[in-house]
Design a protein around this ligand. Structure first.
Ligand SMILES: NC(=O)c1ccc[n+]([C@@H]2O[C@H](COP(=O)([O-])OP(=O)(O)OC[C@H]3O[C@@H](n4cnc5c(N)ncnc54)[C@H](OP(=O)(O)O)[C@@H]3O)[C@@H](O)[C@H]2O)c1
Length: 281
């Protein structure tokens, strides 16, 4: 289209608006530029979605501190990224242990700088049931998926406030944090992700009350083909079909993380749900 008719009925050529159009498009450009050289902490960066997000951040020039029990896997990933704009550091941490999380943030602050981005990605599903389930397994899932996420968030926000940082916190949630699907042995896993949905909004309200310039985003993936999907679940008819036809890969979730981080400072994506095509729930 090269002609526009405005309410005053006069016909304008788009060249009449060229300055305006270029300003609008310049403002609409998504950019990772403001994060270049800044520090991100990614929990569960050894494999799967966390590793893909760590890679995406390093490719965009971010200094990433990756936390996991298998820190050797993060070190291996770091070697493959040595020619990229940013850098990946591995810190061995079991996020279910408060001291490990606190030490990891201390290490990051002292060695590479104050955290600007936190990706709460570490998550488990220690499978059992509700009817005759194992208490320790419930505790493990809730500790990693909920309590560790709260501890890491608190530590990150403390550092962001001390350093007056306009940071961004991303919680890796799940579609099962919004709706309970009919899948076997979900036990407390779905509840743990409902907690993440609630914690996202509660944190937003606390941030609003203090007028902090920190963004909070929940990213809720559908089925992603990672080691998270255990052999038992892979045998479920519905999951088997979806894995055979269309499941997401970790890089597609990292693309989502890149999008939310790329938005201008005044824009907050609260929830980003990413489902594979034809997912039923
Ligand atoms: N895959 C899916 O279909 C799917 C869908 C929706 C949401 N999600 C969510 O996405 C996130 C990542 O899942 P994924 O699919 O990438 O799973 P994954 O391949 O099993 O990776 C899980 C990551 O979490 C880390 N982790 C687990 N327990 C930890 C602990 N105690 N301390 C430190 N790190 C720990 C693991 O590292 P170490 O084992 O090395 O410690 C690993 O890096 C989870 O929050 C999950 O709930 C996954």
């Amino acid at each position: 289209m090269d002609r526009l008719r405005l309410p005053n009925s006069r016909l304008y050529s788009t060249s009449d608006f060229s300055d305006y159009i270029s300003v609008v498009s310049a403002n609409m450009v998504l950019s990772m530029e403001r994060w270049v050289g800044k520090v991100a902490v990614v929990t569960g960066a050894s494999v799967g979605i966390g590793a893909a997000i760590a890679r995406m951040l390093v490719e965009n020039g971010v200094i990433v501190v990756g936390l996991a029990r298998r820190s050797d896997e993060i070190e291996k990933l770091a070697k493959t990224l040595s020619d990229k704009k940013g850098k990946l550091y591995a810190v061995k941490a079991d996020v279910s242990k408060e001291e490990d999380v606190k030490n990891a943030f201390k290490w990051a602050s002292e060695k590479v700088g104050p955290v600007h981005i936190l990706v709460n990605n570490a998550g488990i599903h220690d499978r059992t049931s509700l009817i005759d389930g194992d208490t320790e397994k419930w505790r493990n899932t809730l500790n990693v998926n909920v309590v560790a996420l709260c501890i890491a968030t608190r530590e990150a926000i403390k550092i962001m406030r001390e350093n007056n940082i306009d940071g961004h916190i991303i919680h890796i949630n799940s579609v099962v944090g919004h709706k309970v699907p009919n899948l076997p042995n979900l036990d407390v896993y779905s509840a743990s992700k409902y907690a993440v949905t609630s914690l996202t909004e509660t944190l937003r309200l606390e941030i609003n009350a203090l007028k902090l310039k920190i963004k909070i985003t929940s990213i809720s993936p559908g089925l992603v083909n990672t080691s998270f999907i255990d052999e038992e679940t892979r045998k479920t008819e519905y999951i088997k079909d979806l894995l055979a036809t269309r499941s997401l890969n970790p890089e597609e979730i990292a693309d989502g993380a890149q999008y939310v981080l790329s938005t201008p400072p005044g824009v907050q994506v609260h929830e980003l749900t990413i489902k594979p095509l034809h997912e039923q729930f």
